[in-house]
Structures are given as C-alpha cells and as structure tokens.
Ligand binder design. Structure first.
Ligand SMILES: Nc1ncnc2c1ncn2[C@@H]1O[C@H](COP(=O)(O)OP(=O)(O)O)[C@@H](O)[C@H]1O
Ligand SMILES: [Mg+2]
Length: 249
C-alpha cells in the first residue's frame, strides 16, 4: 500500500514476476503503475525519506516486496540493483548532457568494468542505433533513440528482473514495435520483465500475463489470451480496432 499525503495511490495490489516471464501492468494515467514499479525498485522509499527530511509530502508505504522469497522491503535501491532488480524509469530517463556512451556506462555504475563492457555490447547488439549515436549527447536524440539509451542503461546494470515503465510512451508505431521486439529479446536472454503501459495492445504480443489496475486497485489479471478476451479490457485499453491487431510477434 502506498499513500501520498492522504491520497491512496496503491491499495492491496499484489503482483508476481516469475523467472523468464514478461508481465504487463496496465491502467490509465494516474492508475498507480509508476508508484507500483517505483515501490518494487525501492524508489518510493527514497522519495518517502527525502520528503520526511524536508517536511514535504507525507508518503506511507506498507506491504512487502519479496525477491526470490526474501523480504527486501527495507532494502535501498543499490542493494536491489546488485541483486538484479533494475528499473527503467518512464519518459526515457537519460542524462541529456551526457553522451550515449557515458549514459550506458553510468547505468552500470554498480558493476565491474568487464561486466559493463559485456552488457553494453549486448545492448548495442539488441539496439544497433546505439553504436551510431555513441558520441552524441542523449538530449539531442529522438524519443525512440532516448528510450533505447534508457533501456541500454538498465541493461548495463545487468538485470535479472527488469522493470520497464511505459517504454512505448510517445513513440511511433514502428518504434513501438522495435521496442517490443527488444523486450522479447531481453526475455530470451533470461531476464524477467515487468512492463507498465497505459495501453496493452502494442506490448501484448510479448506479454505472458498481465494485471490491470485502476485508481490504485487491481481490477483484473490473467494470461495474455485471458486479457485479450475480456470485453471491458478491450474497450478500455485496446481501442476499437483490437480485432485486427496481431496477437503474436
Ligand atoms: N510524488 C507524488 N506525490 C503525490 N502524489 C503522487 C506522486 N506520484 C504520484 N502521485 C499520485 O498517485 C497516483 C498514481 O500515480 P502514478 O503511480 O504516477 O500513476 P501512473 O503511472 O499509472 O500514471 C496519482 O493519483 C498521482 O497523482
Ligand atoms: Mg506512470
């Protein structure tokens, strides 16, 4: 459960991510997707402590985060990252003044040089434009390119569990398809992915299971085909043209 001041942002939402899975978290703007991912990643704790020091917004976090059965609720972000729990934040969170190469290396700041070199090479193999853009400041790149940098930074941290917050936001359908392909490849390399999106349709082809949250509460969960067959989900999250959408990559 997460309270911001007196507003309940998440209530009794329980999600599970198993090894090798891609799991979706769907819900409209303000549903609580980011709060959920930030809480799993440990960022909500950082935010809560900072606000408490400043005497700002009162943030209350209750409930539990478990990793491989271990209670990691009180762990800080770097501890979680070292264990392979890595968040790629929404709106292509990159350092705009730093080059692509600098951004990627920063993503792996908790890992050894050799590990970062290996995972950055993997990121470039998955997303070839990164090589071409290597020396450019990230702030000069298009939204899609910045999203690739952001995902590359997360990969540099060598995730075993990767949390992706709205990776498709603001991208053209072609770029969305490209990012969806990348998510499938990341999973193929043994990384479990929890991906939050407002609209399920574009990511559904790579999703094994999904949850739908509204106003901080779980309204639906199921496998890809179960979600796809729910009329209300179709209406709210897939738009009218669901019938013509592809369900397989
Ligand atoms: N830092 C914050 N301080 C206060 N309220 C917040 C903060 N972040 C999010 N909220 C509120 O919590 C709710 C969930 O937001 P969020 O998790 O960002 O949803 P989503 O990612 O699904 O759009 C919203 O009502 C939002 O206004
Ligand atoms: Mg969000």
């Amino acid at each position: 459960m997460v309270f911001y001041e007196n507003a309940l942002a998440l209530n009794e939402v329980s999600v599970q991510l198993n090894p090798g899975e891609v799991v979706g978290v769907f819900g409209s703007n303000g549903a609580g997707k980011t709060t959920l991912l930030n809480t799993v990643a440990g960022l909500t704790l950082v935010y809560a402590r900072r606000e408490a020091r400043r005497g700002g917004v009162r943030v209350t976090v209750a409930g539990q985060v478990r990793l491989n059965g271990e209670d990691i609720t009180g762990w800080d972000v770097p501890e979680r990252v070292r264990r392979g729990l890595v968040l790629c934040r929404e709106r292509h969170a990159v350092f705009r003044d730093l080059t692509v190469s600098e951004n990627l290396r920063l993503g792996g700041y908790l890992r050894s040089r050799a590990e970062v070199a290996e995972s950055v090479a993997f990121a470039c193999e998955l997303m070839p434009p990164l090589r071409r853009l290597w020396r450019k400041p990230a702030g000069m790149l298009s939204g899609g390119e910045q999203q690739m940098v952001a995902i590359g930074m997360a990969l540099a941290a060598r995730p075993r569990w990767l949390l992706l917050d709205e990776p498709l936001l603001g991208l053209s359908p072609a770029l969305q398809a490209e990012i969806v392909r990348v998510v499938g490849e990341i999973r193929r390399h043994g990384v479990a992915v929890l991906v939050a999106e407002q609209y399920a349709r574009a990511v559904l082809p790579v999703v094994d299971r999904g949850y739908v949250i509204e106003s901080g509460a779980l309204v639906l969960s199921g496998t890809r085909s179960e979600l796809a067959s729910q009329a209300e989900v179709q209406a709210a999250y897939f738009g009218g043209s669901w019938a013509s959408a592809r369900t397989h990559p």
